[in-house]
Design a protein around this ligand. Structure first.
Ligand code: BTN
Length: 306
């Protein structure tokens, strides 16, 4: 398309079009040509843009308030601020790149540009804080379903509470943060980081992290996966809020899709490490560990293979 036509369509000048094209290229959009020849979009960019995602998730809780950032510190930080300022339930923040992506504990989350999905959603469930763990287990199930919808040949493993693994390495992490009173949740932000098309990781992550591309050998559409993710999040969330005994099927499905929940020798890094064998989830979603001195219940902390 010629620069003049583009300029007419968006009501600007040809030189402004040239400036915008340069900016798009810097953001990774593959545009060929120059002012004399006109421009050609070589490939539809796999960007998590609201106009692209919204039509794919019509009817879900998340279709109406999607925000997209090319670069941000952390979508979770921004979503917590937005939630405190009154952002509606179902608000979604996507980023192409995070410069201060946060993981659980004090870990960082590697968030290289346009290779992963970095997403945070704002929820306002009428749940007591004690039931939020069940919600975060359900989010892991939503990621599991989304990945399998795009490629049914992939079988991710869920590691309590919130990791999704492929080939024993982490492909997705979930960071749930909340603002609550003792008996009532004000808002929750669920942050989901999925390693999608990374082809390598920094030396300190290489042994522990993988991506869908590394695990399957093919490039994945982030747009398709992000849409599937929001669709399954919507499904899990509604089911959890609507059914009075919704925790039971969530715990059952989590256990079915996890090689970690039962019979696994693990070390728990809590306040002081201890080792034992996993012995299922209790009715609140906590992990039971059989140790030499009896069964212990893990309320938080990191589970590692011994
Ligand atoms: C973990 O440590 O396993 C949790 C990682 C969560 C990363 C996601 S990426 C989107 C959102 N924004 C953040 O800063 N963190 C979460």
């Amino acid at each position: 398309m010629s620069g003049t036509k583009l300029a007419d369509e968006i009501g600007t000048t040809r030189s402004e079009v040239w400036r915008l094209i340069q900016q798009l290229r810097q953001l990774g959009v593959d545009v060929a040509g120059h002012p004399a020849t006109g421009y050609q979009l070589r490939a539809v960019p796999d960007l998590l843009l609201p106009d692209v995602i919204a039509p794919l998730i019509q009817g879900t809780l998340f279709a109406k308030h999607i925000h997209h950032y090319y670069k941000i510190d952390s979508t979770n930080t921004a979503a917590m601020e937005a939630a405190a300022a009154g952002a509606p339930e179902g608000t979604v923040l996507f980023a192409e790149e995070q410069v201060a992506g946060r993981g659980r504990g004090s870990n960082a989350w590697a968030s290289a540009r346009s290779t992963g999905i970095y997403c945070s959603v704002v929820l306002r469930p009428a749940l007591p804080p004690a039931e939020v763990l069940i919600l975060s287990l359900a989010i892991g199930l939503a990621v599991h379903s989304a990945v399998r919808e795009i490629n049914p040949g992939v079988s991710p493993d869920l590691k309590w509470p919130n990791d999704v693994l492929l080939d024993g390495k982490k492909v997705c992490g979930i960071l749930t943060e909340m603002n609550a009173e003792p008996t009532r949740v004000r808002h929750i932000v669920v942050g989901i980081g999925i390693n999608v098309n990374q082809t390598s990781f920094a030396a300190d992550l290489r042994d522990r992290a993988t991506s869908l591309k590394i695990a399957t050998g093919t490039e994945w559409s982030r747009v398709e996966l992000a849409a599937a993710l929001l669709k399954f999040l919507d499904r899990e969330y509604r089911a959890l809020l609507q059914a009075p005994r919704a925790a039971e099927p969530i715990l059952r499905r989590f256990s079915q899709n996890s090689s970690w929940v039962r019979g696994r020798e693990v070390t728990i890094e809590e306040n002081g490490d201890f080792t034992g064998t996993t012995d299922g989830l209790d009715e609140r979603g906590f992990l039971r560990i059989r140790t030499g001195s009896g069964v212990r219940t893990v309320l938080s902390g990191t589970v590692r293979a011994t």
